[in-house]
Design a binder for this molecule. Structure first.
Ligand code: MN3
Length: 195
């Protein structure tokens, strides 16, 4: 049985960048629903004994298991997403991570541009990511529940661009949400710790 993880901050602690109402719904309702669905799907099946990562990898290419995959992957994605934020986040990127960013993207400004562009250009629901692939940093975007794990990458930073993540606070302005996420919410120490 999977359970909703507690947040490391209060639901009003990211306000006004991400409001208490958004976190109440996004964490308390949306994320909880993925977990409830996942638990119902795997109850009394062979998947019940597997880790979340193994469930994701095992179901990702099986069309008949897309319901399980979607809910398992969304549970994983949100676990990472909550950790990627903190009150008064953003700011200077720690040295070890910055060095790898400079190697991969040239500089932090270009990295920010590319990351936000990935999120803006994800058509419909999905995610944008910074991942490690063969020891190199890569930016990518994925539709719906999909995550870079199934492409052999290790996600370090993920941003939810489903409308439930920003619509109450930013309405249709996804680029503004992404810019605020990057500048004021990201917990860069956590992102670096995933290296
Ligand atoms: Mn979400």
């Amino acid at each position: 049985m999977f359970e909703l993880p507690k947040l490391d901050y209060k639901n009003d602690a990211l306000s006004p960048i991400m409001s208490e109402q958004t976190l109440d719904l996004h964490h308390g309702k949306h994320h909880q629903t993925y977990i409830t669905n996942l638990n119902n799907f795997i109850k009394d099946t062979e998947l019940e004994k597997l880790t979340l990562e193994d469930i994701i990898k095992k179901t990702s290419s099986d069309r008949n298991k897309s319901g399980i995959f979607n809910n398992a992957s969304q549970h994983w994605n949100h676990n990472l997403f909550w950790k990627c934020m903190k009150p008064n986040g953003g700011g200077k990127i720690p040295a070890k991570l910055e060095k790898k960013i400079n190697i991969a993207f040239g500089n932090v400004v270009k990295f920010k541009e590319e990351f936000i562009n990935a999120g803006v250009t994800q058509f419909g629901s999905g995610w944008c990511w910074l991942s490690l692939h063969n020891d190199k940093l890569v930016i990518s975007k994925t539709p719906n529940a999909e995550n870079p794990l199934i492409h052999g990458m290790k996600p370090l930073l993920g941003c939810d661009v489903w409308e439930h993540s920003y619509y109450l606070d930013y309405k249709n302005k996804r680029p503004v949400y992404l810019e605020n996420f990057f500048d004021k919410l990201v917990n860069w120490d956590f992102v670096e710790s995933n290296l």
